[in-house]
Every structure is written in C-alpha cells, then in structure tokens.
Write a protein that binds this ligand. Sequence first.
Ligand code: DX5
Ligand code: ZN
Length: 214
Amino acid sequence: MIVAPSILSADFLHLGRDVEMVNESEAGLIHLDVMDGVFVPNISFGFPVIKSISKIARKPLDVHLMIVEPQKYISQVRDCGAEYMNVHLEACTHLHRTVEAIRAAGMKPAVTLNPATPVSLLEDIIGDLDMVLLMSVNPGFGGQKFINHVLLKIVKLRKLIAESGSDAFIEVDGGINLDTVPLVADAGADIVVAGSAVFGSDNPRETIARLASF
Ligand code: DX5
Ligand code: ZN
C-alpha cells in the first residue's frame, strides 16, 4: 500500500521537522488538504504553506483542494510544485475542462468523490484521470470515523478502471488506521491518506511503515 501522510494533522509549530520525518519514512506521497470554509465547514492552510513545504519535501506532493471553483487556482497549485492536483467532482461544473487544464499545466489530474457521490459519475472521464480519491469521511476535519460503505465504492471503482483500460490509482482518505487499512487494501485501493493515525501515534515513522505493509 502506498501511504500519503496528511499534513493537516502535523504539528504546525514544527512543520519542517514533520516533513523531514515523512521524507525519511516509507511514505509514497505527502497529502496536503486545502479548505476554504465554503466547500467544507473548515479552513486549513493555503499556497504559501505548501510552497514552503515543497522546498524541503522529497516525496511528491498530493494537493487535495476542498474549495469551490478549484479551476481558478491551477497555476498557483502548479507553482507550489504539486504532482497531483485533486479537485472535488462536486465543486466542478466543467470537470472535463478542469482536468484538461490541470494536465496542460504539467500536473497529474485527480478527482475526489464525497461519500454520497456515486462512482458511476466518473464513467465518461475515468480515462483522463491519473487518480481517483474516494472520501471515506465527509471532508473538512481529521480524526473522523471511517464510513464503511466506501469499501463497496472501491470495488465498483476497481471494476470501472479495469473495464475502461484506465491506469488511474485509487486513493482513500479519512479514518484510515491500522484497523481500517486491511479492509481498504482487500477492496482494491492503491493509496491511503492517513493524518491522525500517523501524527497522533508515538512513532509516526513506524506507523507509516506498518500502514505500508498492507
Ligand atoms: C479530511 C481530509 C483528510 C484528513 C484525514 O477532510 O481530506 O486528508 O487529513 O484525516 P484522518 O486520517 O485523521 O481521518
Ligand atoms: Zn485529504
């Protein structure tokens, strides 16, 4: 399993130290949650923080935008050094145009689905994506409980990806810990995001390695 530690749960007073920990760990990506207080009922951090992180990060940046009108910020996300730009399907009126613009800017396009959004809505765009992020909590906060029905969505998405010949990764975000990661792995996910399970543990680096072993 590829692990993407979520900086939302890091210690913002010691951000450099926490990013170095991720650099030295078995993590495959660094997950960065941008919230606008409109699309989700919370505000996190923005581009200046991501830009600073990118100066020392040695893992690719996975930027998860929980904001309205994410298409307005494509060049800013690119200038932060993002590898993946994750936009919510629910926030995009012209999803195809946004995905094309993300790729034209030199990033890998990824689309995120809230728990109530069906996988079938990706049917006509799956071939254009490098990643699909399935939310396994309602977005906005770390430390929430994993919603079990996302397991069925992972299975459906795996089938859709196989049928379409796409090679998009399946990423799952929310409530991932050592109890839920085996379920998500069995269902067919490639990448897990983990915030509180990593940064709230006594040994974050070891927790990343344990999550990665599934
Ligand atoms: C939630 C964010 C997540 C969050 C996950 O809206 O998208 O990335 O950091 O936190 P945990 O792993 O604690 O559920
Ligand atoms: Zn996230």
